[in-house]
Design a protein around this ligand. Structure first.
Ligand code: HAM
Length: 417
Protein backbone atom coordinates (compact mmCIF):
# COMPACT_ATOMS: atom_id res chain seq x y z
CA UNK A 1 0.00 0.00 0.00
CA UNK A 2 1.29 3.43 -0.91
CA UNK A 3 1.90 5.84 1.94
CA UNK A 4 -0.28 8.88 2.46
CA UNK A 5 0.43 12.09 4.32
CA UNK A 6 -0.93 12.20 7.87
CA UNK A 7 -4.49 13.50 8.26
CA UNK A 8 -4.64 17.28 8.60
CA UNK A 9 -1.28 17.90 6.87
CA UNK A 10 -0.53 19.17 3.38
CA UNK A 11 2.10 18.81 0.66
CA UNK A 12 2.96 22.12 -0.99
CA UNK A 13 4.12 21.26 -4.47
CA UNK A 14 6.00 23.38 -7.01
CA UNK A 15 3.40 25.66 -8.57
CA UNK A 16 1.76 26.30 -5.17
CA UNK A 17 4.80 26.76 -3.02
CA UNK A 18 5.58 30.01 -4.85
CA UNK A 19 2.59 31.60 -3.10
CA UNK A 20 4.19 30.71 0.20
CA UNK A 21 7.53 32.11 -0.89
CA UNK A 22 5.91 35.40 -1.91
CA UNK A 23 3.97 35.68 1.36
CA UNK A 24 7.02 34.80 3.45
CA UNK A 25 9.17 37.28 1.57
CA UNK A 26 6.60 40.02 2.20
CA UNK A 27 6.45 39.10 5.90
CA UNK A 28 10.23 39.38 6.19
CA UNK A 29 10.29 42.63 4.29
CA UNK A 30 7.52 44.09 6.47
CA UNK A 31 9.39 43.04 9.62
CA UNK A 32 12.53 44.73 8.35
CA UNK A 33 10.60 47.98 7.91
CA UNK A 34 8.99 47.69 11.36
CA UNK A 35 12.37 46.64 12.84
CA UNK A 36 11.48 43.13 14.01
CA UNK A 37 14.30 40.53 13.97
CA UNK A 38 13.86 36.84 13.20
CA UNK A 39 14.01 34.22 15.96
CA UNK A 40 14.04 30.45 15.36
CA UNK A 41 13.16 28.26 18.31
CA UNK A 42 12.74 24.47 18.58
CA UNK A 43 9.67 22.80 17.14
CA UNK A 44 9.25 20.87 20.40
CA UNK A 45 9.51 22.18 23.93
CA UNK A 46 8.79 20.77 27.37
CA UNK A 47 5.07 20.14 27.84
CA UNK A 48 5.08 22.18 31.03
CA UNK A 49 6.02 25.33 29.12
CA UNK A 50 2.75 25.21 27.20
CA UNK A 51 0.73 24.15 30.24
CA UNK A 52 1.99 27.13 32.17
CA UNK A 53 2.21 29.57 29.27
CA UNK A 54 -0.88 28.84 27.19
CA UNK A 55 -2.98 27.76 30.19
CA UNK A 56 -4.34 24.46 31.46
CA UNK A 57 -8.01 25.28 30.84
CA UNK A 58 -7.56 26.13 27.14
CA UNK A 59 -8.71 23.87 24.31
CA UNK A 60 -5.15 23.89 23.01
CA UNK A 61 -3.69 22.38 26.19
CA UNK A 62 -6.68 20.25 27.20
CA UNK A 63 -7.35 18.62 23.84
CA UNK A 64 -5.02 19.55 21.02
CA UNK A 65 -1.40 19.04 21.93
CA UNK A 66 0.90 16.50 20.28
CA UNK A 67 2.56 15.32 23.48
CA UNK A 68 5.01 12.45 23.75
CA UNK A 69 7.60 11.03 26.12
CA UNK A 70 11.09 11.08 24.70
CA UNK A 71 13.52 8.23 25.29
CA UNK A 72 14.68 9.96 28.48
CA UNK A 73 11.06 9.90 29.71
CA UNK A 74 10.64 13.67 29.50
CA UNK A 75 7.25 14.94 28.44
CA UNK A 76 7.67 16.93 25.23
CA UNK A 77 5.11 18.69 23.01
CA UNK A 78 5.23 19.78 19.37
CA UNK A 79 4.67 23.53 19.63
CA UNK A 80 0.97 24.38 19.22
CA UNK A 81 1.84 28.10 18.90
CA UNK A 82 4.89 30.33 18.79
CA UNK A 83 4.60 32.74 21.72
CA UNK A 84 5.52 30.37 24.57
CA UNK A 85 8.74 29.25 22.84
CA UNK A 86 9.74 32.80 21.88
CA UNK A 87 9.17 33.97 25.46
CA UNK A 88 11.07 30.96 26.87
CA UNK A 89 13.98 31.90 24.62
CA UNK A 90 13.74 35.58 25.62
CA UNK A 91 14.08 34.54 29.27
CA UNK A 92 16.71 31.82 28.78
CA UNK A 93 18.91 34.06 26.63
CA UNK A 94 18.32 37.10 28.87
CA UNK A 95 17.20 39.21 25.94
CA UNK A 96 15.46 41.42 28.52
CA UNK A 97 18.95 42.77 29.32
CA UNK A 98 18.76 44.77 26.07
CA UNK A 99 17.95 48.40 26.88
CA UNK A 100 15.68 48.56 23.82
CA UNK A 101 12.36 46.81 23.32
CA UNK A 102 12.95 43.25 22.01
CA UNK A 103 11.08 42.89 18.71
CA UNK A 104 11.01 39.38 17.24
CA UNK A 105 9.28 37.53 14.43
CA UNK A 106 9.02 33.92 13.29
CA UNK A 107 7.60 31.91 10.43
CA UNK A 108 7.18 28.20 10.90
CA UNK A 109 5.08 25.10 11.51
CA UNK A 110 2.82 24.63 14.53
CA UNK A 111 0.87 21.52 15.53
CA UNK A 112 -2.61 21.09 16.97
CA UNK A 113 -4.65 17.92 17.04
CA UNK A 114 -7.85 19.49 15.72
CA UNK A 115 -10.63 18.20 13.48
CA UNK A 116 -9.39 19.12 9.99
CA UNK A 117 -11.52 21.35 7.74
CA UNK A 118 -10.85 24.12 5.21
CA UNK A 119 -8.40 26.45 6.98
CA UNK A 120 -7.87 24.09 9.94
CA UNK A 121 -5.02 21.61 9.89
CA UNK A 122 -2.97 19.54 12.31
CA UNK A 123 0.26 20.95 10.96
CA UNK A 124 -0.15 24.58 10.02
CA UNK A 125 2.16 27.57 9.71
CA UNK A 126 2.19 30.89 11.45
CA UNK A 127 3.84 34.20 10.78
CA UNK A 128 4.10 35.65 14.27
CA UNK A 129 5.61 38.73 15.89
CA UNK A 130 6.33 39.42 19.54
CA UNK A 131 7.47 42.69 21.16
CA UNK A 132 8.70 42.46 24.74
CA UNK A 133 9.72 45.07 27.27
CA UNK A 134 7.21 47.96 27.00
CA UNK A 135 3.63 48.64 28.03
CA UNK A 136 3.27 51.63 25.73
CA UNK A 137 -0.05 51.52 23.78
CA UNK A 138 1.82 52.68 20.68
CA UNK A 139 3.37 49.19 20.62
CA UNK A 140 -0.11 47.61 20.62
CA UNK A 141 -1.14 49.83 17.72
CA UNK A 142 2.14 49.16 15.87
CA UNK A 143 1.67 45.39 16.09
CA UNK A 144 -1.98 45.50 14.98
CA UNK A 145 -1.03 47.82 12.13
CA UNK A 146 1.86 45.58 11.02
CA UNK A 147 -0.45 42.58 10.52
CA UNK A 148 -3.15 44.70 8.91
CA UNK A 149 -0.84 46.39 6.43
CA UNK A 150 0.97 43.13 5.71
CA UNK A 151 -2.30 41.63 4.50
CA UNK A 152 -3.12 44.76 2.51
CA UNK A 153 0.29 44.75 0.84
CA UNK A 154 -0.01 41.14 -0.31
CA UNK A 155 -3.20 42.28 -2.01
CA UNK A 156 -5.94 41.03 0.33
CA UNK A 157 -9.03 43.14 0.72
CA UNK A 158 -11.86 43.03 3.24
CA UNK A 159 -9.68 42.27 6.27
CA UNK A 160 -11.10 43.83 9.41
CA UNK A 161 -9.60 44.05 12.87
CA UNK A 162 -11.73 43.21 15.90
CA UNK A 163 -10.39 44.46 19.20
CA UNK A 164 -11.23 44.14 22.86
CA UNK A 165 -9.57 44.67 26.19
CA UNK A 166 -9.44 41.75 28.60
CA UNK A 167 -8.03 44.10 31.25
CA UNK A 168 -5.58 43.38 34.04
CA UNK A 169 -5.93 40.85 36.90
CA UNK A 170 -8.09 43.25 38.98
CA UNK A 171 -10.48 44.05 36.13
CA UNK A 172 -10.78 40.38 35.30
CA UNK A 173 -11.53 39.46 38.92
CA UNK A 174 -14.38 42.01 38.91
CA UNK A 175 -15.63 40.72 35.55
CA UNK A 176 -15.36 37.11 36.70
CA UNK A 177 -18.04 37.71 39.31
CA UNK A 178 -20.36 39.60 36.91
CA UNK A 179 -19.95 36.83 34.35
CA UNK A 180 -20.63 34.09 36.90
CA UNK A 181 -23.85 35.88 37.88
CA UNK A 182 -24.86 35.69 34.19
CA UNK A 183 -23.75 32.09 33.64
CA UNK A 184 -24.96 30.44 36.84
CA UNK A 185 -28.69 30.38 35.95
CA UNK A 186 -27.89 28.62 32.64
CA UNK A 187 -25.24 26.29 34.06
CA UNK A 188 -27.26 23.10 33.58
CA UNK A 189 -27.82 23.88 29.89
CA UNK A 190 -24.10 24.30 29.14
CA UNK A 191 -21.72 21.64 27.85
CA UNK A 192 -19.49 19.67 30.24
CA UNK A 193 -16.40 21.72 29.32
CA UNK A 194 -18.24 24.97 30.08
CA UNK A 195 -19.49 23.66 33.40
CA UNK A 196 -16.01 22.66 34.49
CA UNK A 197 -14.47 25.89 33.14
CA UNK A 198 -17.05 27.99 35.00
CA UNK A 199 -15.34 26.91 38.19
CA UNK A 200 -11.76 27.04 36.98
CA UNK A 201 -11.75 29.93 34.49
CA UNK A 202 -15.16 31.47 33.66
CA UNK A 203 -13.75 33.78 30.95
CA UNK A 204 -12.78 30.71 28.96
CA UNK A 205 -16.49 29.75 28.81
CA UNK A 206 -17.07 32.61 26.35
CA UNK A 207 -14.61 30.89 24.02
CA UNK A 208 -16.70 27.68 23.81
CA UNK A 209 -17.48 26.64 20.24
CA UNK A 210 -20.56 24.60 21.27
CA UNK A 211 -22.49 27.06 23.43
CA UNK A 212 -21.55 30.27 21.62
CA UNK A 213 -25.11 31.37 20.75
CA UNK A 214 -26.13 31.31 24.43
CA UNK A 215 -23.77 34.16 25.28
CA UNK A 216 -25.33 36.92 23.16
CA UNK A 217 -26.40 38.87 26.26
CA UNK A 218 -23.26 38.22 28.27
CA UNK A 219 -22.05 41.28 30.20
CA UNK A 220 -19.26 43.26 28.56
CA UNK A 221 -15.79 43.02 30.04
CA UNK A 222 -15.29 46.63 28.94
CA UNK A 223 -17.71 47.69 31.73
CA UNK A 224 -15.42 46.08 34.31
CA UNK A 225 -12.18 47.76 33.22
CA UNK A 226 -10.44 49.89 35.83
CA UNK A 227 -9.12 53.32 34.91
CA UNK A 228 -5.65 52.15 33.89
CA UNK A 229 -7.05 49.51 31.54
CA UNK A 230 -9.70 51.80 30.10
CA UNK A 231 -7.11 54.53 29.40
CA UNK A 232 -4.79 52.05 27.70
CA UNK A 233 -7.62 50.75 25.50
CA UNK A 234 -8.72 54.30 24.55
CA UNK A 235 -5.19 55.18 23.51
CA UNK A 236 -4.83 52.04 21.37
CA UNK A 237 -8.11 52.85 19.57
CA UNK A 238 -7.06 56.47 18.97
CA UNK A 239 -3.74 55.38 17.50
CA UNK A 240 -5.34 52.74 15.27
CA UNK A 241 -7.69 55.34 13.81
CA UNK A 242 -4.76 57.69 13.25
CA UNK A 243 -2.91 54.85 11.44
CA UNK A 244 -5.83 54.14 9.12
CA UNK A 245 -6.46 50.65 10.51
CA UNK A 246 -10.12 49.68 10.14
CA UNK A 247 -11.31 48.09 13.37
CA UNK A 248 -14.45 47.32 15.30
CA UNK A 249 -14.88 46.58 18.97
CA UNK A 250 -16.01 43.10 19.96
CA UNK A 251 -16.46 42.96 23.73
CA UNK A 252 -16.89 39.17 23.63
CA UNK A 253 -13.50 38.54 22.05
CA UNK A 254 -11.57 36.62 24.70
CA UNK A 255 -9.14 34.63 22.49
CA UNK A 256 -8.37 30.96 23.04
CA UNK A 257 -5.19 31.27 25.08
CA UNK A 258 -4.89 32.24 28.74
CA UNK A 259 -1.95 34.62 28.71
CA UNK A 260 -3.74 37.70 27.42
CA UNK A 261 -4.06 40.97 29.34
CA UNK A 262 -5.37 44.34 28.07
CA UNK A 263 -5.54 44.43 24.26
CA UNK A 264 -6.85 41.32 22.47
CA UNK A 265 -7.50 41.37 18.72
CA UNK A 266 -8.28 39.25 15.70
CA UNK A 267 -8.07 39.77 11.94
CA UNK A 268 -11.32 38.72 10.29
CA UNK A 269 -12.11 37.99 6.64
CA UNK A 270 -14.64 36.01 4.63
CA UNK A 271 -13.54 33.26 2.26
CA UNK A 272 -11.84 30.56 4.38
CA UNK A 273 -14.73 28.09 4.37
CA UNK A 274 -16.66 28.33 7.63
CA UNK A 275 -13.77 30.04 9.38
CA UNK A 276 -13.45 33.83 9.49
CA UNK A 277 -10.30 34.39 11.56
CA UNK A 278 -7.03 34.91 9.71
CA UNK A 279 -4.98 35.69 12.78
CA UNK A 280 -5.03 36.99 16.29
CA UNK A 281 -2.99 38.25 19.16
CA UNK A 282 -2.80 40.52 22.13
CA UNK A 283 -0.88 41.71 25.15
CA UNK A 284 0.52 39.25 27.67
CA UNK A 285 1.93 41.32 30.51
CA UNK A 286 2.14 38.39 32.95
CA UNK A 287 3.50 35.65 30.69
CA UNK A 288 7.24 36.30 31.03
CA UNK A 289 7.02 36.21 34.84
CA UNK A 290 4.73 33.16 34.82
CA UNK A 291 7.36 31.06 33.08
CA UNK A 292 10.09 32.15 35.46
CA UNK A 293 11.39 35.38 33.89
CA UNK A 294 11.42 38.96 35.14
CA UNK A 295 8.23 41.02 35.21
CA UNK A 296 8.36 42.14 31.55
CA UNK A 297 5.31 42.88 29.42
CA UNK A 298 4.77 41.66 25.87
CA UNK A 299 2.44 41.78 22.91
CA UNK A 300 2.24 39.93 19.61
CA UNK A 301 0.17 38.22 16.95
CA UNK A 302 0.08 34.99 14.97
CA UNK A 303 -1.28 34.84 11.42
CA UNK A 304 -2.29 31.54 9.85
CA UNK A 305 -0.38 31.15 6.59
CA UNK A 306 -2.74 28.48 5.19
CA UNK A 307 -5.64 30.84 5.81
CA UNK A 308 -3.81 33.65 4.04
CA UNK A 309 -3.12 31.33 1.07
CA UNK A 310 -6.81 30.33 0.96
CA UNK A 311 -7.88 33.98 1.03
CA UNK A 312 -5.48 34.87 -1.78
CA UNK A 313 -6.97 32.06 -3.84
CA UNK A 314 -10.53 33.06 -2.94
CA UNK A 315 -9.85 36.66 -3.97
CA UNK A 316 -8.22 35.54 -7.21
CA UNK A 317 -4.82 36.96 -6.35
CA UNK A 318 -2.09 34.91 -7.95
CA UNK A 319 1.49 35.22 -6.89
CA UNK A 320 2.91 31.98 -8.16
CA UNK A 321 5.06 33.47 -10.85
CA UNK A 322 8.33 31.61 -11.04
CA UNK A 323 11.45 33.46 -12.04
CA UNK A 324 11.93 32.28 -15.64
CA UNK A 325 14.78 30.11 -16.79
CA UNK A 326 17.39 32.12 -18.72
CA UNK A 327 18.67 29.41 -20.97
CA UNK A 328 18.11 25.77 -21.90
CA UNK A 329 21.24 24.12 -23.26
CA UNK A 330 20.46 21.77 -26.10
CA UNK A 331 23.27 19.30 -26.67
CA UNK A 332 23.57 17.26 -29.85
CA UNK A 333 26.01 14.44 -30.29
CA UNK A 334 28.20 12.58 -27.88
CA UNK A 335 31.18 14.88 -28.17
CA UNK A 336 29.11 17.90 -27.15
CA UNK A 337 27.85 16.16 -24.00
CA UNK A 338 30.79 16.90 -21.75
CA UNK A 339 31.00 20.42 -23.12
CA UNK A 340 27.31 20.98 -22.32
CA UNK A 341 27.76 19.77 -18.71
CA UNK A 342 30.76 22.07 -18.28
CA UNK A 343 29.08 25.04 -19.93
CA UNK A 344 25.91 24.55 -17.89
CA UNK A 345 27.94 24.74 -14.70
CA UNK A 346 29.77 27.87 -15.92
CA UNK A 347 26.45 29.58 -16.69
CA UNK A 348 24.97 28.73 -13.29
CA UNK A 349 28.07 29.83 -11.40
CA UNK A 350 27.93 33.11 -13.33
CA UNK A 351 24.40 33.70 -11.97
CA UNK A 352 22.39 32.53 -14.99
CA UNK A 353 19.42 30.16 -14.47
CA UNK A 354 20.17 27.28 -16.83
CA UNK A 355 18.97 23.75 -17.53
CA UNK A 356 19.76 20.87 -19.90
CA UNK A 357 18.47 17.46 -20.95
CA UNK A 358 19.53 14.46 -18.86
CA UNK A 359 17.75 11.73 -20.77
CA UNK A 360 19.62 11.59 -24.11
CA UNK A 361 16.62 12.93 -25.99
CA UNK A 362 16.53 14.20 -29.58
CA UNK A 363 16.68 17.90 -30.44
CA UNK A 364 12.90 18.24 -30.88
CA UNK A 365 12.16 16.88 -27.41
CA UNK A 366 14.83 19.11 -25.89
CA UNK A 367 13.37 22.20 -27.60
CA UNK A 368 9.93 21.25 -26.24
CA UNK A 369 11.39 21.10 -22.72
CA UNK A 370 12.91 24.55 -23.23
CA UNK A 371 9.46 25.88 -24.13
CA UNK A 372 7.73 24.10 -21.24
CA UNK A 373 10.23 25.62 -18.83
CA UNK A 374 9.64 29.05 -20.41
CA UNK A 375 13.35 29.57 -21.02
CA UNK A 376 14.25 32.89 -22.61
CA UNK A 377 16.86 31.22 -24.82
CA UNK A 378 17.69 27.83 -26.18
CA UNK A 379 21.45 27.48 -26.77
CA UNK A 380 22.13 24.68 -29.23
CA UNK A 381 25.51 23.01 -29.23
CA UNK A 382 26.09 20.47 -31.97
CA UNK A 383 29.43 18.90 -32.83
CA UNK A 384 30.00 21.29 -35.77
CA UNK A 385 29.35 24.38 -33.69
CA UNK A 386 31.53 23.02 -30.94
CA UNK A 387 34.45 22.40 -33.28
CA UNK A 388 34.15 26.04 -34.45
CA UNK A 389 33.98 27.29 -30.83
CA UNK A 390 30.46 28.61 -31.39
CA UNK A 391 26.93 27.98 -30.18
CA UNK A 392 23.54 28.78 -31.74
CA UNK A 393 21.48 31.07 -29.50
CA UNK A 394 17.75 31.16 -30.14
CA UNK A 395 15.43 33.65 -28.48
CA UNK A 396 12.32 31.59 -27.91
CA UNK A 397 9.82 34.48 -27.80
CA UNK A 398 10.80 35.73 -31.29
CA UNK A 399 12.37 32.64 -32.88
CA UNK A 400 15.38 34.77 -33.82
CA UNK A 401 18.61 32.75 -33.93
CA UNK A 402 22.25 33.75 -34.20
CA UNK A 403 25.70 32.26 -33.71
CA UNK A 404 27.65 33.34 -30.62
CA UNK A 405 31.24 32.57 -29.69
CA UNK A 406 31.29 30.01 -26.86
CA UNK A 407 33.44 32.24 -24.68
CA UNK A 408 31.01 35.14 -25.19
CA UNK A 409 27.84 33.20 -24.30
CA UNK A 410 27.69 34.27 -20.64
CA UNK A 411 28.21 37.92 -21.49
CA UNK A 412 25.64 37.82 -24.29
CA UNK A 413 22.95 36.32 -22.04
CA UNK A 414 23.77 38.68 -19.19
CA UNK A 415 23.51 41.70 -21.48
CA UNK A 416 20.20 40.59 -22.90
CA UNK A 417 18.33 40.60 -19.57
P1 HAM B 1 -4.12 31.64 17.86
O1 HAM B 1 -5.32 32.49 17.74
O2 HAM B 1 -4.25 30.38 18.60
O3 HAM B 1 -2.99 32.54 18.51
O4 HAM B 1 -3.55 31.31 16.43
C1 HAM B 1 -3.24 32.35 15.53
C2 HAM B 1 -3.65 31.96 14.13
O5 HAM B 1 -3.06 30.73 13.75
C3 HAM B 1 -5.14 31.70 13.96
O6 HAM B 1 -5.85 32.90 13.81
C4 HAM B 1 -5.15 30.90 12.68
O7 HAM B 1 -5.02 31.73 11.55
C5 HAM B 1 -3.90 30.07 12.82
N1 HAM B 1 -4.28 28.74 13.31
C6 HAM B 1 -4.48 28.33 14.58
N2 HAM B 1 -4.81 27.03 14.60
C7 HAM B 1 -4.83 26.60 13.33
C8 HAM B 1 -5.08 25.34 12.68
N3 HAM B 1 -5.37 24.25 13.37
N4 HAM B 1 -5.01 25.29 11.33
C9 HAM B 1 -4.69 26.39 10.60
N5 HAM B 1 -4.43 27.59 11.15
C10 HAM B 1 -4.49 27.69 12.50
C11 HAM B 1 -1.72 32.13 18.75
O8 HAM B 1 -1.25 31.11 18.35
C12 HAM B 1 -0.89 33.15 19.51
N6 HAM B 1 0.45 32.59 19.72
C13 HAM B 1 -0.83 34.47 18.78
C14 HAM B 1 -0.06 35.47 19.55
C15 HAM B 1 1.23 35.82 19.34
N7 HAM B 1 -0.49 36.14 20.60
C16 HAM B 1 0.47 36.92 21.05
N8 HAM B 1 1.53 36.73 20.32
Amino acid sequence: MAFQKPKGTQDFLPGTVEIWQTVEQKAREMCRRFNYKEIRTPIFESTELFERGVGETTDVVEKEMYTFSDKGNRSMTLRPEGTAGAVRSYVENKLYGDPDVTKLYYIGPMFRYERPQAGRYRQFHQFGVEALGAVDPSLDAEIISLGYHFMKEIGLSGVLVEINSVGNADSRAAYRQTLLDFLTPMKETLCKDCQSRMERNPLRVLDCKVDQEKFGDAPSILDSLDEECATHFEKVKQLLSAMGVEYRINHRLVRGLDYYTHTAFEYKAQGIGAIDTVGGGGRYNGLVASIGGPDQPGIGFGLGMERIALLLEHQGISCNEQAPLDVYLVGLGEQAEDEVAKLLNQLRVAGIAAEKDYQGRKMKAQMKSAERMQARFAAILGEDEWSRGEIALKQLSTGEQRMVKLDELIQTIQQSS
